[in-house]
Design a protein around this ligand. Structure first.
Ligand SMILES: N[C@@H](CCC(=O)N[C@@H](CS)C(=O)NCC(=O)O)C(=O)O
Length: 213
């Protein structure tokens, strides 16, 4: 498998999950501003021109962070990273993935377009960042309430939605949305940051995209 990524982007979530599973994979860095990667035009990999994209060993390309996370989790049955398909718990986990994609991830994305369907992912202006903070903060209130009495989003063990939320919280911090008012969320962030797979993935990716031009 090949994971196409940009440092600190949503692709960090599947990167973390791949390391959690121990599955063999390689990384290919994409320059989102030029849409180039090591072998050429990234739009030939996916016309969506955004990360993450996961190239499977047969050449098929998966896109959409929530879907890629589900796929990676399903390749490691027994690790409990997504509940079994068809179980009630599966739908609850899917609800988290969908919530994170539409209510959190989507609300971080600036309206400044790079063209096509791709959007730059974090505002690089004070106004844009304030707009994201205003949209994301009430949703973090909700997540903080949901973390009452549970260590992770779906229960007592780390699962695919946690990789996604963790990356979204790194974005919150990058636009100076302080987690301190959400004590459970702040603890949750620290707990996930300490996982070996998470620190390794962050170290390998290096510093995220600069926000300020
Ligand atoms: N709907 C996509 C959105 C992915 C997305 O927003 N990717 C951002 C990085 S996190 C990106 O590559 N943007 C392209 C750009 O900045 O030009 C998903 O859920 O995976």
């Amino acid at each position: 498998m090949i994971l196409f990524y940009a440092a600190g982007a949503s692709s960090l979530a599947p990167h973390i999950l791949l390391r959690e599973t121990g599955a063999p994979f390689t990384l290919e860095r994409v320059d989102l501003a030029t849409k180039r990667w090591r072998n050429g035009d990234y739009r030939e990999v996916t016309p969506k021109a955004y990360v993450p994209a996961l190239r499977l060993d047969d050449g098929d390309i998966l896109t959409e962070c929530a879907v890629i996370l589900s796929y990676i989790a399903d390749q490691a049955p027994g690790q409990g990273l997504m509940p079994l398909a068809g179980s009630r718990a599966r739908y609850h986990a899917c609800a988290w993935l969908n919530f994170l994609a539409t209510e959190i991830h989507g609300n971080f994305i600036t309206p400044d377009r790079h063209g096509g369907v791709a959007a730059n992912f974090l505002a690089n202006t004070a106004e844009g960042q304030a707009a994201s903070r205003a949209l994301v903060a009430p949703r973090l209130d909700y997540i903080d309430r949901m973390l009452n009495g549970r260590r992770f989003l779906t229960g007592e063990s780390f699962a695919a939605p946690d990789a996604y939320l963790f990356v979204m919280l790194t974005w919150a911090l990058r636009i100076e949305l302080d987690l301190a008012p959400w004590a459970r969320l702040a603890d949750y962030f620290a707990r996930i940051a300490a996982r070996p797979a998470v620190s390794m993935a962050r170290q390998i990716e290096g510093p995220p995209h600069a926000l300020k031009p």
